[in-house]
Design a binder for this molecule. Structure first.
Ligand code: AMP
Length: 560
């Protein structure tokens, strides 16, 4: 496929939304030669690899501008000025591109981007700039627009993996197989590989995709109830209740002595926790995939989430390992010695987990009791919350209690103090816009426009403006962390009178405490629901926007 065809398609996608966009995506996916489909799908996601592969395309904007200058023999200063003015490197590259016809293939661009991403070490920014310059010289204006955005990590078509999966179902299979594609993606979150498999070998090959060590599985999530006795209606007469640790969820992949740690966002976080890697290497299993929550500890005391977050760094990890020791509290096993346990019952997975964790230092089992009444759960709950803990997770012991990859299902139910007080609830919301602050908040954002995620339509719907609960540190951090978008993205739904001063790329999740859910003519969540008295609690770097509170959850909570 020619790169100009892809650039023209991206241009068209940017002008479409809703059903028109979904149909265009399906038609386009069908038209791609199967030899190119993997690369093309990665490129639509602004990447050249799967989400969990440690590939960094983000070239410094300065080097990209240098490349544009040398490809067009223009003054670099002019280019920098224009980039500042328009705020989009793609527009700048487009203006200065000179090629008349598209000579590049998708493969040329994909390989070129790959070369740029692997160039490292001293002088690497210059080398990257020179490699980009070679490609830009062959670009027509439209191609240059998208190449420049891709290389600095700024291609945002708003085409989430869900939209691609829907498109693949329409293009290569039937509507009924949509669920199967989604299931395969939950087990193997490599959208390029799924696309290539269905395009080349059909849905039967997709059904065979299984868990693999070194490829993270989307993590299983919890439901919630408003009354504790409901737990038994949902899960049967006997359940397991576990401490809910407020740390970092991690999925540990072990193959012999090779250990890889994945975060809830499927990022490779192995280098941050050499101590956990060491403990995992010693476990009694040749190969396994298990999950737990990493907590910062001081002796037997569990320290707050914020303390653990100071371990999230690239440099000085060794000192941090000593000054902030951690422990991993394990609660799931999904693969052992060559066999997937996804479809086994939780009781079997847990007994195998017990065996491999036994005697380990640095890794312990999560605190757990088996309960047949609410008093038993409440006893654990009181003890956890009394020590500043987050609550409990109650788990099904039924024969059908399989591991539901990527699903917020009813096999796990969380119970937190907010629920028992019955007054307030926390929500994980996606920031989609911001309003400039005044007074003490001048120069930062005074309020954030937040959204819930509509899973079916794969879009973000506004639910409230949050303006309280920010510390001075939060106010300083927001402009650095929240990435501005030039305009409202296709997958963001906001009514005219709620439009923010600045659109934000819907990529950051924040936890918000709110008093109640009300009907609202101003918000689009769940067909017109809003949160009252929302208060910012903290940023949730560990959650993806697709893992935020959904419109369906909000609707369900509104009616209880
Ligand atoms: P939430 O993020 O509020 O939806 O709660 C679900 C999260 O609780 C999971 O993703 C885990 O990170 C965390 N968690 C803490 N302890 C446990 C546990 N014992 N079992 C399952 N999840 C737990």
């Amino acid at each position: 496929m020619k790169f100009i065809t892809l650039a023209q398609t991206f241009d068209r996608f940017e002008q479409l939304s809703g059903n028109a966009l979904r149909s265009a995506v399906a038609a386009f996916l069908k038209s791609i030669p199967s030899s190119d489909i993997k690369s093309v799908v990665y490129l639509t996601q602004g990447s050249i690899a799967s989400e969990f592969d440690d590939v960094n395309l983000g070239m410094a904007a300065k080097s990209a501008m240098a490349a544009i200058a040398s490809a067009s023999s223009e003054d670099e200063h002019q280019i920098v000025l224009l980039a500042k003015k328009v705020g989009d490197i793609g527009t700048v590259a487009e203006k200065y591109a000179t090629a008349r016809s598209g000579l590049l293939s998708v493969k040329d661009v994909f390989d070129g981007l790959h070369r740029i991403s692997v160039t490292s070490g001293t002088g690497s920014q210059e080398k990257k700039a020179s490699q980009l310059m070679q490609l830009l010289k062959k670009c027509t204006p439209l191609e240059a627009r998208y190449l420049a955005r891709l290389v600095v990590g700024a291609l945002r078509l708003g085409l989430a993996s869900k939209t691609i999966l829907d498109g693949l179902a329409n293009a290569y299979a039937t509507k009924d197989t949509k669920k199967e594609l989604e299931h395969a993606y939950n087990i193997c979150p490599d959208i390029g590989l799924i696309a290539e498999t269905v395009a080349k070998k059909g849905i039967t090959a997709v059904r065979k995709i299984d868990v693999m060590v070194g490829r993270p599985v989307q993590m299983m999530l919890c439901q919630r109830v408003s009354e504790l006795p409901d737990v038994f209606n949902r899960l049967g007469s006997q359940v397991a209740a576990e401490q809910k640790y407020d740390g970092e969820r991690v999925q540990v992949h072990k193959q012999g002595t090779k250990v890889t740690l994945y975060s809830r966002r499927l990022e490779n976080i192995t280098t941050q926790f050499p101590d956990i890697v060491l403990s995992a290497q010693k476990l009694k299993a040749q190969s396994c995939i298990f999950e737990g929550e990493i907590m910062a500890v001081k002796g037997d005391e569990l320290l707050p989430f914020q303390t653990l977050m100071s371990r999230r760094r690239k440099h000085g990890v060794d000192e941090m390992t000593k000054s902030i020791p951690v422990r991993l509290f394990a609660f799931e096993l999904i693969y052992l010695n060559g066999k997937s346990l996804l479809h086994s019952a939780y009781t079997l997975r847990y007994s195998k987990l017990q065996t491999i964790i036994k005697g380990s230092t640095g890794i312990a089992l999560a605190r757990r009791v088996v309960c047949s009444d609410t008093d038993c759960i409440e006893e654990l709950f009181e003890s956890v919350v009394g020590k500043g803990g987050e609550g409990v997770v109650i788990k099904s012991l039924q024969p059908d209690s399989t591991y539901q990859a990527g699903v917020r299902g009813w096999h796990w139910i969380k119970w937190k103090p907010e629920y028992s007080e019955g007054m307030q609830d926390t929500f994980d919301l996606v920031v989609i816009g911001a309003y400039w602050g005044r007074g003490r908040r001048a120069g930062s954002y005074g309020g954030l426009l937040c959204a819930v995620y509509d899973k079916k339509k794969d879009r973000f719907e506004s639910v409230c403006k949050v303006g309280s609960g920010f510390s001075d540190d939060d106010l300083q951090m927001f402009p650095k962390v929240l990435k501005k978008a030039n305009a409202r993205l296709n997958n963001v739904v906001v009514l005219k009178n709620m439009e923010p001063d600045v659109w934000i790329v819907p990529n950051t999740v924040i936890e918000v405490l709110a008093a109640e859910i009300t009907k609202s003519p101003f918000h689009t969540a769940g067909g017109g629901l809003a949160l009252r008295f929302p208060r910012y609690i903290r940023i949730r770097n560990d959650k993806t926007p697709q893992q935020a509170t959904t419109s369906d959850e909000l609707k369900r909570m509104a009616t209880r």
